[in-house]
Ligand binder design. Structure first.
Ligand code: NCD
Length: 359
């Protein structure tokens, strides 16, 4: 059985297989319709969501499967103090696959540890959002045929934006060249930079303003400020409204550049760009359905055809507790800390739950 907690759970080959299936599903929906008949997807959304939850429900129902779940945890036993582990043990008996979103980094990993059905991470705190990254890559490949060799600028809240983290790591894995564009307090966190360098040999250029690099970019990936995740000691007023992509900025962009955004947008991406043929963000949200259909089918229906061996990882019990205040190990106290080792020219360890660097 396989899970998708972070993109490291899939090999590049498997991702390409999922994209081939997604593309087939997109062009011939009826052929695949019966694949999840009598299967159930549990959607456990402990955090707000529009696109992710609806596109997962749409994907499952287009495969003739059913869905059950919640979008408002206040109506569940969470309010009575039920742990993630117990919820996982219970949902195992009610569904065939789970997609979950939670505000704690590493929450989906806990669910995967305590259930006997595949778990898909629909976003965990400011950690990662692997299915968004799959949709993003798929959208780039559909427009530009490949990611390799493209210059990809990621702009906005790179510190707290989980979509930015998984997207950066995904682009690097497929050979894209990254530029990180953000005001200093919102730059990419050290754990993402360490993985980019160690696993993909990339040290991205970091700039504060998009106008410095706009003419170089093949892909411009904008993120909103993650207002709900800003720490109390951060000067929010200083970063609020500090970046904006609009028609004036896009005048200097390549004529075939792509504008992307995981959405929702707040005030960092001007509406005047919606008619620009370079805008790809609504296409991105539409592509979420075939990509999630292919992922669900791969994890529960076509596992032997699509998935091979999970990539090898070096995870073991850790003596160091995670210092990330948002890490699930600080809330679910029955968890045993685990760390992942990345070795090569510079060895480092991360919390296996939330990805934070351990010292
Ligand atoms: C993103 C998320 O929830 O992380 N949205 C999404 O799933 N498409 C991005 C965001 O909320 O900024």
């Amino acid at each position: 059985m396989r899970h998708l907690v972070t993109l490291d759970d899939l090999s590049n080959f498997e991702i390409e297989q999922i994209f081939r299936l997604a593309s087939g599903m997109q062009s011939q929906l009826e052929t695949w319709a019966g694949i999840c008949r009598s299967k159930l997807l549990a959607t456990l959304f402990y955090e707000p969501s529009t696109r992710t939850r609806l596109s997962f429900e749409s994907a499952m129902e287009r495969l003739n499967g059913g869905t059950l779940g919640f979008a408002d945890p206040s109506a569940t036993s969470v309010t009575k103090g039920e742990t993630l582990a117990d919820t996982a043990r219970m949902v195992t008996n009610y569904a065939d696959i789970i997609v979950m979103r939670h505000s704690w980094a590493g929450a989906a990993r806990v669910m995967a540890q305590y259930t006997h059905i595949p778990v898909i991470n629909g976003g965990d705190g400011s950690h990662t959002h692997p299915t968004q990254a799959l949709t993003d890559l798929y959208t780039i490949i559909r427009r530009k045929s490949k990611v390799e060799g493209l210059t990809v600028g990621i702009c906005g809240d790179l510190q707290f934006g989980r979509a930015a983290h998984s997207f950066a790591l995904a682009v690097a894995r497929f050979g894209g060249k990254l530029i990180h564009i953000a005001p200093n307090p919102l730059q990419m966190p050290p754990w993402v930079l360490a993985q980019l360098e160690q696993c993909h040999g990339q040290i991205p250029l970091e700039v504060e303003n998009i106008t410095e690099v706009i003419e170089k970019l093949d892909v411009i990936y904008v993120n909103r400020l993650q207002e709900e995740r800003l720490p109390a000691n951060m000067d929010a007023a200083a970063v609020r409204g500090s970046y904006l992509l609009n028609a004036e900025v896009m005048k200097n962009a390549k004529p075939d550049a792509m504008i992307m955004h995981p959405l929702p947008r707040v005030n960092e991406l001007a509406y005047e760009l919606d008619e620009d043929p370079r805008a790809a963000y609504f296409e991105q949200s539409a592509n979420a359905v075939p990509v999630r259909m292919a992922l669900i089918a791969s994890l529960i229906g076509l596992e032997q055809l699509i998935l091979t061996q999970p990539p090898k990882r070096h995870i073991r019990t850790s003596t160091t507790t995670c210092t990330n205040a948002n890490c699930v190990t600080n809330y679910e106290t029955y968890l045993v800390p685990e760390c992942e080792t990345f070795s090569g020219n510079m060895e480092f360890q991360t919390c296996a739950y939330c990805g934070n660097l351990l010292s």
